[in-house]
Write a protein that binds this ligand. Structure first.
Ligand SMILES: Nc1nc2c(ncn2[C@@H]2O[C@H](COP(=O)(O)OP(=O)(O)O)[C@@H](O)[C@H]2O)c(=O)[nH]1
Ligand SMILES: [Mg+2]
Length: 457
């Protein structure tokens, strides 16, 4: 797992709270001290740690308990939310279908640019985008070799010249040769031969002038901890089309420091690197990241969170009753997807579903998550009537929705097929067949009870 040390320490702190007989001021103070220690060890800035823990303590002591939640659950939720805020706001990297996005990668020497270029190219290639790579790393002799070999393996065009000396010229020529239109994503790797911020920013300005990127991504080495703040701040002051990729979050105790320091500058972190392997790249979603960090990924806690979400009235009891009666609309599906999004990795959810059982390969799971996102976008293009009554979606409406959401008609049809399957699945479940054992059955048993008792005035 990412950031093992920090994760273990935070998880330990919460476990202590969970085991405590009484959640009194004493227990809360102890929790806060444990969290402080864990964050300081992860090199999070002292001032930030103090402010954060003060907020946690105040909220834990003063906030009224939400209906149906225990004090422990409530405090865990406060910690989870506050830590997520500390790590920043989610800022997904988005490509515009049918258009070319040019992404310029910059960063200090050794920060992980070339590796990250390879990871990003593979990531988007796997998701069906046409990707081209310009290797303008004239500093490391092996960089071009590395990228072009990878390009051959996964089918990505790579331009570069291992003998060229002028990185800026190389970048310019590469982007020109690729031209607009042929690719949806052009990634430009830069030399980044500098060790100091100012020199790096100057190099970035020069290269950006000739490449005109749509976005500049600063690659920051996560092992430098809170020092990352200076880099991110200098970067944010230099460009307003910037985003951040923090690397090496595996095997570093200081990753929490790096992430929080970057987040504090307001520069959006879009990806994180979690290993040397080509697949060790993740879009950065603070809440999901923190959930994992806190070890909230296991099924018991997941179930707890589903109940919590339900109690938070994200599913209205009336709706739930309708769903249980077999009346599932696309709007319900949409709301479920929203909820799943809030609950963290799909992998964990999938493990709960009978018949899916053990984990699917990570890559498959990531693609699955992408698909859910696409479904959401599709549903956003539907009218309220269509959401209530999907049968309305005939050929011409499907075409309109596909166009409106920037997806294909096949995508829309796939969603409708999934919806139909889901509807049937729920119907069978409600009749008591299908799911007899396992966590989902348990969940279902709990749900109506809670809805009758816990929610409402
Ligand atoms: N453990 C780990 N190592 C990484 C990660 N990203 C990059 N590296 C390593 O960092 C070193 C420098 O990477 P490189 O891409 O050449 O950096 P560049 O000089 O910025 O292009 C290489 O040894 C990479 O394998 C990561 O997420 N995790
Ligand atoms: Mg490089």
């Amino acid at each position: 797992m990412v950031l093992d040390t920090l994760g273990r320490a935070l998880h330990g702190a919460l476990q202590k709270l969970t085991r405590a007989k009484h959640v009194d001021e004493q227990a809360i103070k102890e929790l806060v001290r444990d969290i402080q220690r864990a964050l300081l060890q992860a090199d999070v800035n002292v001032q930030m740690v103090l402010e954060l823990t003060k907020r946690i303590e105040k909220r834990a002591l003063e906030e009224k308990l939400p209906l149906g939640a225990t004090r422990k659950e409530h405090i865990i939720r406060i910690v989870y939310r506050e830590l997520s805020t500390l790590m920043g706001r989610p800022m997904p990297f988005q490509l515009k279908p049918g258009q070319t996005t040019t992404l310029l990668m910059v960063g200090l020497q050794g920060s992980g640019k070339t590796t990250s270029v390879a990871k990003l190219a593979t990531y988007f290639k796997k998701r069906g985008f046409r990707v081209g790579v310009v290797c303008a790393d004239t500093f490391r002799p092996g960089a071009y070799e590395q990228l072009s070999q990878l390009g051959q393996q996964v089918g990505i065009e790579v331009l570069g010249d291992p003998k060229a000396k002028n990185s800026i010229k190389l970048a310019k020529e590469g982007v020109e040769r690729f031209g607009k239109g042929r690719f949806e994503l052009i990634i430009v790797d830069s030399a980044g031969r500098h060790r100091k911020e100012e020199a790096l920013m100057e190099e970035m300005r020069q290269i950006a002038k000739v490449v005109s990127p749509d976005e500049i991504m600063l690659v920051v080495d996560g092992t430098i901890g809170q020092q990352a703040r200076d880099q991110a701040a200098a970067f944010k002051a230099t460009t307003d089309i910037g985003s951040i990729l923090v690397t090496k979050l595996d095997g570093t105790a200081k990753g929490g420091g790096a992430l929080s320091a970057v987040a504090a500058t307001g520069a959006p972190i879009k990806f994180i690197g979690v290993g040397e392997h080509i697949d060790d790249l993740e879009p950065f979603v603070p809440e999901r990241f923190v959930a994992r960090l806190l070890g909230m990924g296991d099924i018991e806690t997941l179930l707890k969170r589903i109940e919590e979400a339900a109690r938070a009235e994200e599913v209205k009891p009336a709706d739930m009753r309708a769903i249980m009666a077999g009346k599932l609309t696309l709007r319900d599906v949409y709301e479920q997807l929203e909820m799943i999004g809030k609950m963290g990795p799909l992998k964990k959810l999938m493990q709960m579903i009978p018949g899916v059982g053990v984990a699917l390969p990570d890559e498959q799971m990531r693609v699955g998550e992408e698909k859910l996102k696409r479904f959401k976008v599709i549903m956003q293009s539907m009218t309220p009537q269509e959401l209530e009554d999907p049968k309305l979606l005939n050929v011409s409406r499907i075409r309109r929705v596909a166009r409106g959401s920037g997806t294909s008609e096949a995508d829309v049809r796939e969603l409708l097929k999934q919806y139909e399957l889901m509807r049937k699945f729920i119907k069978t479940m409600v009749k008591g067949r299908g799911v007899k054992r396992g966590p989902l059955a348990k969940l279902l048993k709990q749900m109506p009870k809670d809805f009758q008792g816990g929610v409402g005035s």
